[in-house]
Design a binder for this molecule. Structure first.
Ligand SMILES: [Zn+2]
Length: 412
């Protein structure tokens, strides 16, 4: 048994998916306490009502705020190389197309990942995950998509699987071989998809339990709606559930495809239209927004208020990747959502817990402060979650608990 006492504000996020218009209505209990048993939440409420043996192990929250462990449901955290040169070039006005034509862009990351061994990828990602933990994050989804051969994609997913045992954050693998067409298949994208979505490749991913999801970059510069439908359907036969990078740069019906194939989430949505919103609503698909990506690229944000008003469950993730969102901090990403998308801190918190859990099909176990839910808990050293996102870029995380175990404690 583990007791958490002296909580100034316990943010009682309900299990997801939380529909848009309910996202701002989350009860908070002042002067609260919690009882954790094994890996579950056994009780929470007003501290005055706490009944626990006096010798139980206790964490003093010292008047801090308690929230569910944060969930980053869309990242590309396993990668090699760095692209700061391209960052500077873009600031100086070069377009992404010009950079790509000169041999830059995603190709740089693909070359570096292909050269790296699985262990080198692990060594590069481990410190990133350790920093994410210090931001209060307890679950992270990680996609492949920089190998672009069967062997290199599997190498990336094997790295994710090994990383899961090397640090406390729960990891979720996603197969994103349909990220871009590699240069050796230039103008032959169908032939490329045939190789990475062959029955043999998909059976290996299933048999080695390397991924739960299949993702596709459905975009004019990447894969068409028809190609995306084909690979998501193929992957589904091998147990990989669909999700999509949709409507990021152009509107070509990717969101409607997400609904059609029963995707768990449609991600990005900077250019979603009314038909797309209606389709997601019908299908119960989670809308995953990536405000750090638009912030990093200096382009308009997704219409978060419109999606919330339409009652879609909205989630937020970092999209951590070396090209378009070199951002590891989920709290910083949420602060960007507050100031650039007009989402309230409460809505942001729900987006990065309950609704992110729904996007990863874990909403029956994590992402909420609810009885019998897994005790993934982040303790902040400030008295309100509003202040957590208001004081942008500061470290407020004092303690992180994953499945009932203290896995991070900030040193004094
Ligand atoms: Zn992405």
């Amino acid at each position: 048994m583990l007791i958490i006492k002296n909580i100034a504000e316990l943010v009682v996020v309900p299990p997801g998916p939380v529909p848009g218009r309910k996202m701002n209505h989350v009860p908070c209990i002042p002067s609260a306490a919690m009882v954790l048993e094994d890996d579950r939440i056994a009780w929470f409420g007003s501290q005055a009502d706490l009944h626990a043996p006096s010798n139980a192990e206790t964490i003093d929250a010292h008047g801090g705020c308690v929230i569910p462990g944060l969930i980053d449901c869309h990242t590309h955290t396993v990668f090699a190389g760095t692209r700061e040169a391209e960052f500077v070039e873009r600031i100086q006005g070069r377009s992404y197309e010009e950079i790509a034509q000169a041999g830059g862009g995603i190709r740089v990351t693909v070359d570096a990942v292909r050269k790296a061994t699985r262990d080198e990828l692990i060594d590069l990602a481990l410190p990133r995950l350790k920093r994410m933990l210090t931001h209060g994050v307890t679950t992270v989804e990680i996609k492949s998509g920089y190998g672009l051969t069967v062997e290199d994609e599997i190498k990336m997913l094997q790295a994710v699987k090994r990383l899961a045992g090397l640090q406390p954050i729960e990891l979720v693998g996603t197969y994103l071989a349909a990220h871009t067409t590699p240069r050796e298949f230039a103008d032959r994208s169908d032939a490329y998809l045939d190789t990475v979505f062959s029955d043999t490749a998909l059976a290996r991913i299933r048999d080695e339990r390397l991924a739960e999801f299949c993702d596709v970059f459905c975009e004019k510069t990447a894969f068409s709606v028809a190609q995306s439908r084909r690979v998501l359907t193929a992957a589904k036969r091998f147990g990989l559930l669909p999700r999509l990078h949709a409507d990021q740069i152009t509107q070509m019906g990717a969101t409607r495809l997400a609904a059609e194939v029963g995707a768990l989430s449609a991600d990005h949505l900077e250019h979603i239209d009314d038909a797309g919103i209606a389709a997601l609503n019908q299908a119960g698909t989670v809308a995953v927004l990536l405000p750090a990506c638009s912030f990093f690229l200096g382009v308009p944000q997704a219409p978060a208020r419109k999606l919330i008003q339409a009652d879609l469950p909205v989630a937020i993730a970092t999209d951590c990747n070396p090209g378009s969102s070199m951002v590891e901090s989920l709290p910083l990403t949420l602060s960007i959502a507050c100031t650039q998308m007009q989402m309230t801190p409460t809505e942001c918190l729900v987006a990065a817990t309950a609704n992110a859990a729904a996007a990863l099909r874990r909403n029956d176990r994590i992402g909420a402060i609810a009885k019998r839910y897994q005790s993934d808990i982040t303790i902040l050293d400030i008295s309100s979650h509003n202040r957590f996102l208001y004081e942008i870029g500061r470290y407020f995380v004092a303690t992180v608990i994953k499945a009932g175990k203290v896995v991070y404690r900030r040193s004094a």
